[in-house]
Design a binder for this molecule. Structure first.
Ligand SMILES: Cc1cc2nc3c(=O)[nH]c(=O)nc-3n(C[C@H](O)[C@H](O)[C@H](O)COP(=O)(O)O)c2cc1C
Length: 211
């Protein structure tokens, strides 16, 4: 499944009427909150052009039938099956070029650690490792409270903050595992409204180009 075309990175977008729709790359990693990924895709696809990326672990939680028909879902297999020889496009580079903005929701403890450390062993982390940080990335972590409170989390959050990645913090509530505490992914509607408000406020400030 290859990207067939993309426009230039400097092309202007309009977030409210007129012009082309924002290109949002949604990515899911292997937190149980990935069961809400279809819902998240629906929220964004009403407003934006959406492409989706899923890690191998996240596919255990995502019901593919819940992904809107017009949203292409890319996996690590697509990264390798779309390349066979020099000159072929490389999927993580094409997606990085295509997107105006990336949202990783849910962000697992594992993927958070890999991004903070610059590791890139799957499609999602290769996109982030190749990212142009003048384009926004939002992350919505989701993990058990014990993982969230682990000292590694703070270290990794500091590292990704230094890259300019924006945090949509988790909520405190009853978690999927039955424990009560912080670590639940922000609701898809909140993630959507945060990103949309961000782009709208940038447009109002006269910066209609996201790149
Ligand atoms: C049933 C189950 C639920 C899990 N839930 C979470 C979770 O909510 N958050 C998290 O960070 N990891 C969770 N994990 C662990 C991740 O799936 C695991 O670290 C995986 O390697 C993440 O891979 P990824 O970051 O490449 O998607 C869970 C694992 C299992 C088996």
């Amino acid at each position: 499944m290859a990207l067939t075309e993309h426009k230039t990175e400097t092309e202007s977008i309009q977030v409210n009427g007129g012009g082309r729709r924002p290109r949002i790359l949604l990515a899911a990693s292997g937190s149980v909150a990935a069961i809400k990924f279809g819902n998240l895709c629906h929220c964004f696809s009403e407003w934006a052009e959406v492409r989706a990326v899923a890690t191998k672990a996240s596919l255990c939680f995502i019901d593919r039938a819940s992904i809107p028909k017009d949203v292409l879902l890319y996996t690590d297999e697509d990264e390798w099956s779309s390349w066979s020889k020099i000159g072929d496009t490389v999927l993580h580079i094409e997606l990085r070029r295509w997107a105006d903005l990336m949202v990783i929701a849910p962000l697992s403890a594992n993927t958070l650690g890999k991004i903070a450390g610059g590791l890139c062993d799957n499609l999602l982390t290769c996109i982030v490792r190749a990212w142009d940080y003048s384009k926004p990335i939002f992350v919505a972590p989701a993990m058990n409270t014990f993982m969230w409170n682990n000292p590694f989390t703070e270290r990794h959050l500091v590292s990704i903050d230094e890259l300019g990645i924006s945090l949509i913090p988790p909520a405190t509530k009853r978690l999927a595992c039955g424990d009560y505490g912080n670590g639940a992914m922000a609701e898809p509607s909140l993630i959507y409204s945060t990103v949309r408000l961000f782009l709208e406020s940038r447009t109002q400030q006269g910066d209609a180009s996201v790149s």
